[in-house]
Design a protein around this ligand. Structure first.
Ligand SMILES: [Zn+2]
Length: 219
């Protein structure tokens, strides 16, 4: 059975993660047409939300990037994690090199992870770390299962929704370390801000963050 899953997975990875067309030789995860049409975030680097020293994302959460990320997050398209991880890793190399000691991610609650079957930010962090010749480590745990941020509309409500939602997973691991937090999409930044506050209270020296895409909706 697991062999069949492997075969299906390898067949799927031969297709562009955005348009699903079969990839040509030399194309890796994305076809040339979709690479050319990616909604690039310019500038990639900005001052992060409160408690975050800097944030970067290679893409804007719109058009084909929005479609592919939504499919990844809600339809089990885990084959996309490698492509997203590579895009984020390149963005991190360009913008955040030398600014962190540990790579980690914004975790889902255990309940949501078991419903979805995977933690989308963790898979991106693992893939990005691999590209960077590093490893991603678990630094945060959800303490409560909050309403999904995608269903909460304004910045103040999103902040209130995540308040107190995390705790450090391992105090020793983060002490005096600068943590790079990965997420799939940064919207208002309320979630990464809460994560950063939790890590800093827990002894981390600072937090930077990176995501595949940034939404422009709240700017
Ligand atoms: Zn394509």
């Amino acid at each position: 059975m697991s062999k069949l899953v492997d075969i299906i997975d390898s067949l799927q990875s031969q297709r562009c993660v955005i348009c699903r067309k079969r990839l040509q030789r030399g194309e890796n995860g994305l076809c040339a047409k979709c690479v050319a049409g990616l909604p690039l975030n310019d500038p990639e680097l900005w001052d992060g939300p409160q408690f975050v020293d800097a944030a970067c994302a290679p893409l804007v959460f719109s058009g084909t990037a929005r479609d592919a990320l939504t499919r990844y997050k809600f339809s089990g398209a885990t084959g996309c994690a490698g492509v997203f991880g590579k895009l984020v890793a390149e963005c991190i190399s360009r913008n955040l090199a030398g600014k962190y000691d540990l790579i980690s991610w914004v975790p889902l609650s255990a309940q949501r992870r078991s419903e979805r079957g995977y933690d989308q930010a963790m898979l991106i962090a693992l893939a990005a770390a691999l590209e960077l010749g590093d490893v991603a480590v678990d630094t945060l745990r959800r303490t409560k299962n909050i309403a999904p941020q995608s269903g909460v509309d304004n910045a103040a409500d999103r902040r209130a929704n995540v308040s107190g939602a995390f705790e450090p997973a391992d105090a020793e691991l983060i002490r005096n370390k600068r943590v790079l937090l990965l997420d799939d999409v940064i919207t208002t930044g309320a979630t990464v801000s809460e994560c950063a506050a939790t890590l800093i209270r827990g002894g981390a020296a600072g937090v930077v963050c990176a995501a595949v895409a940034r939404t422009r909706r709240f700017d």
